[in-house]
Write a protein that binds this ligand. Sequence first.
Ligand code: AMP
Length: 503
Amino acid sequence: MIPSDGLRSASPLPFLAHAMRHEERTAVIGDQGAFSYRELLDASSHVAAGLLDGRPDLEEERIGFLITPGFAWVAALWGIWRAGGIAVPFPAGSPRPELEYLVEDTRASALLFDALAAPLLEPLAAERGIRACLYDELARRPAANLPQLGVEHRAMILYTSGTTNRPKGVVTTHANIAAQITSLVAAWEWTPSDRILLCLPLHHVHGIINVVGCALWSGASCRMLPRFDADAVWEHIAGGELTLFMAVPTIYVKLIAAWEAASPGRRAELSRASAGLRLMVSGSAALPVSTLERWREISGHTLLERYGMTEIGMALSNPLHGRRLPGSVGTPLPGVDVQLTGEDGKPVAPGTSGEIEVRGPGVFAGYWGRPEATQEAFRGDWFRTGDTAVLEEGSYRILGRTKIDILKTGGHKVSALEIEEALRRHPAVAECAVVGLPDAEWGERVAAAIVLKEGHALDLASLRSWARESLAAYKAPSRILLVKALPRNAMGKVIKPAVAALF
Ligand code: AMP
């Protein structure tokens, strides 16, 4: 619409327009108390004004920020967005060289941090001659005119680790983020009366989009924990305040352990309270069927497993209503096209494994500063995820990362995830990770790193003879290594190259 004064009418970015509909509702609850959408809009406008410092628009300058999850984290993100910047959420607890890499790779023009992160980031900014901004100071700046931005404006860079190279920055626009969020809001039927707990780190798509993004898009409220703590999570579930919970499989494993350590009375109380939630979701790594089953016994919930990736947001999900298939990740989410392709690049028939390719408005805009990597990652407008899956009974089952989890042994292609799922049924196995080790005779050998249950023992011969009852001989591990713990990243995902290095 062109108003009569001839100026193009400026509509706020979608996340703002949504927040404005719910000004009086509670948006964020954290250690500092409860904050409304109004307070979030106010604080973020001050942060934006402070970042602009008299300029009309940050024009997609990158602003790295490190703030403890809570109200200030969201106000900082929104402030960067409202000033026209690209937000780069830094991972908490990163060693200095990793943060230096992020600052250099993004060519950040400013770092924004809270008092806790100041001792780390202030000197880093000073060394590079870039602006250092303390959140509390920016939030006190007087309000100013903020730029009008379009949805094609780039909004965020999330870093995703490659297996061999340094992490790549995944760039999303406001339109991408809006598409990723609206797909989940529709599929999982978010409403303003939802209340979710954030216990995931805020440098990853899971926490940022699926939890905080969807909640604040919907006018719902998000209780934010500074970090994951099993007892604190149970405390909030027991308090009866939540309607939704989303986490990675390792978090469910830790919640199960905490539940098992509780007294019988407390267990009953926790189980009763969790049954009151309307939805519990797992994703970001394969959910072991044993974990799904144990969680069902404890909470009464069949976890809804979904599949997604930093580059695409969420792509596949089991249904909100209807049968959820253990070990499967369901069907394409609204607005997402999915196909499986063979090595010739052509779609494969159902029942045949292939690489997952994804298309849709949620797919990212490109890797930051890496045009070749971006080009390689696409086949036309299809993003090649690098994950292999198979469509069975109308539902996708993830077989793993094509280059890491699909092993070639004795001419057979096998899925590490499938072998892990089988090995976890062994009575002595608590956790395991399967990798392929280069081998002159077999191409690759199936090797399993295993964490034993307390008081159990296991040797290769007995594991092999046990495994052959449920797995073809070539899938049974020919090497095992007993370890105390599997190497995992901040999201709780097993780092496969680090597992291979153990052998
Ligand atoms: P990230 O970009 O860190 O979210 O990692 C995305 C990767 O995690 C995907 O490419 C998959 O390899 C893996 N992943 C995500 N969800 C699942 C799932 N439900 N089952 C198995 N793997 C998953």
